[in-house]
Design a binder for this molecule. Structure first.
Ligand code: FES
Length: 87
């Protein structure tokens, strides 16, 4: 997606991050994102634009998935709507 810009020679690309909740496993993050710890320090992703984050708590490489969920974590990820946001 490209944003309109007053300078016709300058375009800023706006990217979107896609987060996929995998069945029985990780959360896949794909796009332009940053992962930080509680202090705001970024994990060095070495140029990766796709990573899988652990949501089963079994990974020895948290917060990243190391495949340890296989056969030990069950959750069928079916999208649903959250209740209306409270204002
Ligand atoms: S989701 Fe893969 S190790 Fe936890």
């Amino acid at each position: 997606m490209y944003l309109a810009c007053s300078n016709k020679y300058h375009h800023k690309e706006m990217s979107k991050t896609k987060i996929t909740i995998n069945n029985n496993g990780s959360v896949k993050d794909d796009g332009d994102f940053e992962i930080v710890d509680v202090n705001g320090n970024a994990y060095g992703l070495q140029g990766r634009t796709i990573v899988s984050l652990c949501r089963c708590s079994r990974s020895a490489n948290k917060p990243f998935c190391d495949g340890s969920h296989k056969g030990h974590f069950e959750h069928e990820a079916i999208a649903f709507d959250l209740p209306p946001k409270k204002v």
